[in-house]
Design a protein around this ligand. Structure first.
Ligand code: HEM
Length: 222
């Protein structure tokens, strides 16, 4: 029973985690528009963002995304608490350099930093654009909500630039381990396949981490 429950929780974490990995690829691709010259970037970013918000399909995907974030966080918390209770002697026995990596030992800490980032990030954008909280969002020349301007002014504040860039580091580490481990949890044990997944995980984490980390700086100096 306990093993089944543990397996169920790990499966939820792995499945929701992989869904979030796909979201990050789409989200990064969209945000790369920000590095284009302002004259092109504003129109593209605002129309893309409006099309997404008005599509019923994307609205359903957005609810799946919120559910995945909640499930990922709640089940990760449950597993961490359970493991702590089950292994109070963890630090005395665990020779973690031999058994596992620093990242795998600190997924909870890295995940908490990402959660902190997401809360600030949603307050910066999502709460203003979708919930209409805070300063009203202006319209661009085409009459679209000027989401580009929110991003542009946020990334002309050096504190936010540093915050977004620094937070891309725990994100990259968390993704590197999480991506590999999700496949194992879902029952993928093929030896050569796992080696390929380890390589993909490294490249995936580097691209997402560096991508999200560098955009704020490019916008700042643009
Ligand atoms: C350069 C960095 C980033 C920029 C400029 C950015 C920009 C945005 C914008 C403009 C929105 C609102 C979209 C809209 O409703 O029109 C948004 C939503 C969101 N972002 Fe980001 N983002 C960045 C990084 C991240 C990262 C690293 C994560 C996750 C770790 C993330 C997670 C989310 C989530 C979950 C939403 C809500 C999605 C929705 O409701 O459809 N973002 N982001």
């Amino acid at each position: 029973m306990a093993i089944n429950q543990h397996f169920f929780r790990k499966t939820i974490i792995a499945g929701s985690g992989l869904f979030l990995c796909v979201f990050l690829v789409v989200h990064l691709s969209a945000n790369l528009i920000l590095v284009l010259p302002a004259a092109i970037a504003r129109g593209l970013y605002n129309s893309y963002s409006t099309v997404l918000r008005e599509s019923l399909f994307i609205q359903i995907i957005a609810y799946l995304l919120y559910a995945s974030i909640l499930l990922h966080v709640i089940y990760a918390l449950l597993i961490t608490l359970k493991n702590r209770k089950a292994k109070p002697q963890k630090y005395a026995l665990n020779h973690y350099k031999q058994n596992s990596t620093w990242t795998s030992q600190n997924m909870g800490f890295l995940g908490t930093m990402i959660l902190l980032f997401i809360v600030v990030h949603l307050a910066n954008f999502w709460a203003r654009i979708k919930l209409g909280l805070g300063a009203p969002v202006g319209l661009d020349a085409a009459g679209y909500q000027d989401v580009y301007e929110i991003t542009n002014s946020l990334f002309h504040n050096i504190y936010f630039v540093c915050f977004y860039t620094l937070m891309a580091i725990p994100l990259g580490f968390h993704l590197h381990h999480g991506f590999k481990s999700a496949f194992k949890t879902l029952g993928f044990y093929h030896k050569k396949g796992l080696r390929i997944i380890a390589n993909v995980a490294l490249w995936y984490a580097l691209i997402i981490g560096i991508g999200f980390g560098i955009i704020p700086f490019i916008v700042y100096f643009k």
